[in-house]
Design a protein around this ligand. Structure first.
Ligand SMILES: Cc1cc2nc3c(=O)[nH]c(=O)nc-3n(C[C@H](O)[C@H](O)[C@H](O)COP(=O)(O)OP(=O)(O)OC[C@H]3O[C@@H](n4cnc5c(N)ncnc54)[C@H](O)[C@@H]3O)c2cc1C
Length: 385
């Protein structure tokens, strides 16, 4: 399908695709086995300016948008979701500064982020606050010219590896969700340490850690926007980044189709390549159709975000929901097409299926996406739209 990319967009896609094929594919199995952070690949992405895609030119980026970011994420995801999660979580962590930061904060952080010199992470989730993010207990208390942070964030992507953290904490308990605020915390700040590094089913190249704040003092200037805006910052951040999770789904699904088709053309049973069997053909046809539908929705949602539309919540949630459900189904079916070989570590679809599962869970589970979409529908109906 032709999505009428500009010359520049095609170049970005091809560049990310080349890095994926040349730098990621040869090491993805080892990174997965060793649960090793893809440091060298991040350096290559930085040298190729891919960290600056969505950052305005005035802050050292390329001044592109969600759509270009989606193209790069999709290509990396075809090769390895552990790598693309590391890259995409950097954008997730950056959005609070990009969307709500002051000019000083943008000048201080965005150029280094665009250059790939400082990696970013986003810290919202806690042990007792997953889907119910309003239940966070990490606090930030203003003392003179500093905020003092206490609490523990759980399962933070790029935790321990990132230099900069955007963190949501409670500044006024009495106000509930309206009492949360967003902050920038730098690695190395006294009182800020990293707890348990998780061992995971998939995306094992990506690091997932606890963030521990014990009387961690940060300058008052590190408050993003205003006190009480923490949840707005978090929700708008997720509105922007969820479409990227959708792009991860499209990428891993496409990667799995490519592997399954290659295998089916070579594998001979009953005297014929299995690709000649209608049962296999129909699985491949459904996998390709669903993946194309997911790609069309993800691209449309990304372009909608880039149009400057005010409310992108529903579009972004739909793209994440649909594309990641497709990814789980398609990677599972790729294993089925390949039979026992698909189940073996020797072939990449085994890892793709393990990796794909996270896409239905992080940045809000797919049940939560359905809740979000339904809430938007109800709101629109009430407004008589
Ligand atoms: C590998 C990994 C990386 C992550 N990275 C980050 C990160 O970088 N930053 C960050 O802040 N967080 C991160 N998270 C956290 C992630 O966003 C949460 O895991 C997710 O939002 C779900 O929360 P939970 O796991 O606590 O599940 P729970 O909220 O405990 O949900 C359990 C089940 O109940 C369902 N459920 C809960 N409430 C409802 C409801 N109201 N309606 C219907 N169903 C419901 C859920 O859909 C799910 O099936 C990461 C998680 C993982 C596993």
């Amino acid at each position: 399908m032709d999505y009428f990319l500009t010359e520049e967009q095609a170049m970005i896609r091809d560049l990310a695709g080349q890095i994926a094929a040349e730098k990621v594919v040869p090491v993805r199995e080892e990174l997965d086995e060793k649960e090793e952070f893809p440091r060298e690949i991040m350096k290559v992405l930085a040298q190729s300016d891919l960290f600056g895609l969505f950052i305005p030119e005035e802050y050292g980026g390329l001044g592109k948008g969600s759509f270009e970011l989606v193209l790069a994420v999709e290509e990396l995801s075809k090769a390895c979701l552990g790598v693309s999660t590391t890259y995409a979580a950097n954008a997730l962590g950056t959005y609070p500064i990009l969307l709500f930061g002051s000019d000083e904060q943008k000048k201080k952080y965005l150029p280094d982020i665009a250059a790939g010199k400082r990696l970013v992470a986003f810290g919202l989730t806690e042990a007792n606050a997953g889907s119910d993010a309003g239940g966070i207990q990490t606090t930030a208390r203003l003392e003179g010219s500093e905020y003092v942070l206490n609490g523990t964030k759980q399962w933070i992507t790029n935790g321990g590896e990132a230099e900069v953290y955007t963190v949501i904490a409670i500044t006024d308990k009495a106000k509930g969700a309206r009492g949360a605020s967003a902050f920038i915390v730098e690695k190395g700040t006294p009182g800020f340490s990293f707890g348990k590094k998780e061992k995971k089913m998939g995306i094992r190249a990506s690091s997932t850690s606890e963030l521990v704040f014990e009387d961690c003092r940060i300058p008052r200037e590190n408050l993003i926007a205003r006190e009480g805006m923490g949840f707005i910052v978090a929700m708008k951040t997720l509105d922007s980044s969820r479409v990227g999770v959708g792009a991860q789904g499209v990428g891993v699904a496409q990667g799995a189709i490519d592997e399954a088709l290659k295998f089916a053309r070579q594998r001979v049973q009953f005297g014929h390549p299995i690709v000649g069997f209608q049962a296999i053909q129909h699985m491949l046809a459904d996998m390709a159709t669903e993946t194309e539908a997911a790609r069309a929705l993800v691209y449309a949602a990304a372009r909608f975000i880039d149009s400057g539309a005010k409310d992108v919540t529903k579009a972004s949630a739909m793209a994440k929901l649909f594309a990641t459900d497709v990814a789980m189904k398609v990677t599972t079916n790729a294993v089925q097409v390949m039979g026992g070989s698909g189940y073996m570590r020797e072939y990449p679809v085994e890892k793709m299926m393990r990796d794909a599962k996270i896409l239905q869970i992080y940045e809000g589970t797919n049940q939560i996406q359905r809740n979000v979409i339904a809430q938007s529908l109800i709101k629109e109906a009430a407004k008589g739209k």
